[in-house]
Design a protein around this ligand. Structure first.
Ligand code: SF4
Length: 210
């Protein structure tokens, strides 16, 4: 079966990568990994994560950490890693051709990276959608928070803006509240930036909060 697995989403309540992985293994399913580099963001992770990974292995690319993490788990038969140019392919081949599992020090570095990512202040939305079903203005609240978290956690201001403009693209699924939103036209104004600034979220990250 195919699962989204990467070290950043291992304990992410929106992805539940670890839980999905453990259930698949419980039933002895082999796994194909998708999104090992989380759509590319783990090839350019937050600064603190870069420092930890560089200290552990100065020559390894950040993408290599992400792909090796996914590939070294028990039961993985394939890791689907998107590559957009020849250098990326050569980098990929350099560590996958003669694959070496993460050693103890590398696993420690990854755990530290996970802690750092999980510790970045962001909007703690679990996409439960309890807030959207009864919203009279049909505001796509979890999608908006996800757009803001894209900025807060990964520093992707432009991508966050795009997601904010097209929130229906963020999560796939067929929850009634999502269908409800998609059937609506236009999006009511909601300043998530003001909300997160009020909460002190974004302060100190270099991301504008006004
Ligand atoms: S903001 Fe809405 S979707 Fe997110 S956790 Fe709260 S109730 Fe659930």
């Amino acid at each position: 079966m195919q699962l989204q697995i990467n070290y950043a989403d291992w304990e992410n309540p929106n992805v539940t990568a670890r839980e999905n992985y453990e259930i698949a293994r419980k039933y002895d399913k082999s796994i194909i990994v998708m999104e090992p580099v989380k759509g590319g963001v783990l090839a350019n992770p937050p600064k603190e994560v870069c420092e930890v990974l560089k200290a552990a292995s100065p020559d390894a690319s950040f993408a290599s950490w992400a792909i090796r993490y996914a590939a070294f788990l028990d039961g993985i038969i394939t890791v689907l890693s998107g590559m957009s140019d020849i250098p990326q392919m050569l980098d990929n081949l350099s560590y996958m051709k003669h694959f070496k599992p993460l050693n103890a020090d590398e696993q420690t570095a990854i755990r530290k990276a996970q802690e750092l990512i999980n510790g970045i202040k962001s909007v703690p939305c679990t996409v439960c959608h309890y807030c959207t079903a009864g919203c009279p203005k049909k505001i796509p609240i979890p999608e908006i928070f996800a757009a803001r978290n894209q900025q807060l956690i990964w520093g992707q201001l432009e991508k966050g803006h795009k997601q904010y403009a097209e929130p229906g693209q963020i999560f796939s699924g067929s929850r009634p509240s999502e269908q409800l939103y998609r059937s609506s036209r236009g999006m009511p104004y909601f300043s998530v930036r003001h909300f997160t600034a009020d909460q002190g979220i974004g302060a100190g990250t270099g991301i504008p909060t006004d």
